[in-house]
Design a protein around this ligand. Sequence first.
Ligand SMILES: [Zn+2]
Length: 227
Amino acid sequence: MIEKKKKYLMISSFLVLLVILAFIVYSWYEETPTVDVSLTFDDGYASQYNTLKYLESRGIRATVYVTNLSYFEGMKMMTREQIEDLSKFHEIGWHTRSHANATDADESEFIPGYNATSFSYPYGRIGNQDIVKKYFKSARGISWGLNEKVDCNMLEAVTVNSNNFDAAMLYTSIYSSITKRGWVIFAIHEVKDNPRQDIDITPEQFQRLLERIEAKRWRVISLNKCA
Ligand SMILES: [Zn+2]
């Protein structure tokens, strides 16, 4: 009789322990942000002002890498006033003074405007890394990758455009289901109707990206992980 009672007690405490354990695992799974995400915008196109103001209205802080150019490849860029306005909420990063190729640009190109501490390489061309390191806490390229082991001097990006958008969503989705820790840095150019297919994304795609971030409970950060 006593033996039976003992056995019963053991089984019930085991079950209680199991329930507690399941609860701990469940709450960890539910509440732990799986992946950090950054929304980064390259070049500082005039149209990005509205995109970034929209993100601001939703409380989502992004990073925009700008230059000193008023026009780039025939496209109008944001004014200094607009960039300064955005800097009150968003992070302003540097993209060289004149969108120069970092491999053969002189040092003056790298001296940051707007007190930027984050850098992205124009055209994704990596060069003069010592100078970049001297002025910036982080540098992002454009080659596809997910930052599992974070190297702030060579951050990898998921560059999205209209053509690769679905692939990018699938890629990051699979990644986040497998890993519990990581940092996905989306690199975006313009968000607009009739986008340049291999550069920009549509407003619908941008919404899908934001919905995905919300659904996955990814934590949106600026580049301050490298601060
Ligand atoms: Zn650029």
